[in-house]
Design a protein around this ligand. Structure first.
Ligand code: AMP
Ligand code: ZN
Length: 118
């Protein structure tokens, strides 16, 4: 596997050193329920490769980002969120509210989402 950061929680989950129930996985990413759910459905889409955040993307990651978005849509579809809708969130950096420095997409659904976000 490429780009594992030894001290990264999500790298450890990807490597199955810390348990998480994968609700979706493929060659590039895994998805598992958020431990502190903010909606009835709250799943994290996590690339297998350690990329710290959107602010750390390189040109080589462009296809990966598209893949992650497609995986998020697939997870939403599997959770029957297509009809009523859902929200994808990528917190980035300190002011973006990012707490885990391994890129991830939040898939949130099953309730009405407010705007603007807090
Ligand atoms: P963020 O604040 O955007 O970096 O999101 C990090 C998310 O990871 C938070 O919503 C946490 O609840 C979630 N989280 C932290 N530790 C775990 C874990 N062991 N398993 C699942 N989700 C986690
Ligand atoms: Zn990592």
């Amino acid at each position: 596997m490429t780009g594992m950061a030894t001290d990264c929680l999500f790298c450890k989950i990807v490597a199955e050193k810390i348990p998480a129930m994968f609700v979706y996985e493929d060659e590039l990413c895994v998805a598992f329920a958020d431990i502190n759910p903010q909606a009835r459905t709250h799943v994290l889409i996590v690339p297998r490769e350690h990329v710290a955040s959107m602010a750390h993307l390189a040109p080589k990651h462009t296809a990966l980002v598209g893949h992650l978005m497609a995986a998020a849509a697939e997870v939403a579809r599997r959770n029957r969120l297509d009809e009523r809708g859902y929200r994808l969130v990528v917190n980035t950096g300190v002011e973006g509210g990012q707490t885990i420095e391994h890129l991830h997409i939040h898939v949130l659904g099953g309730r009405h989402m407010d705007w603007p976000p807090g």
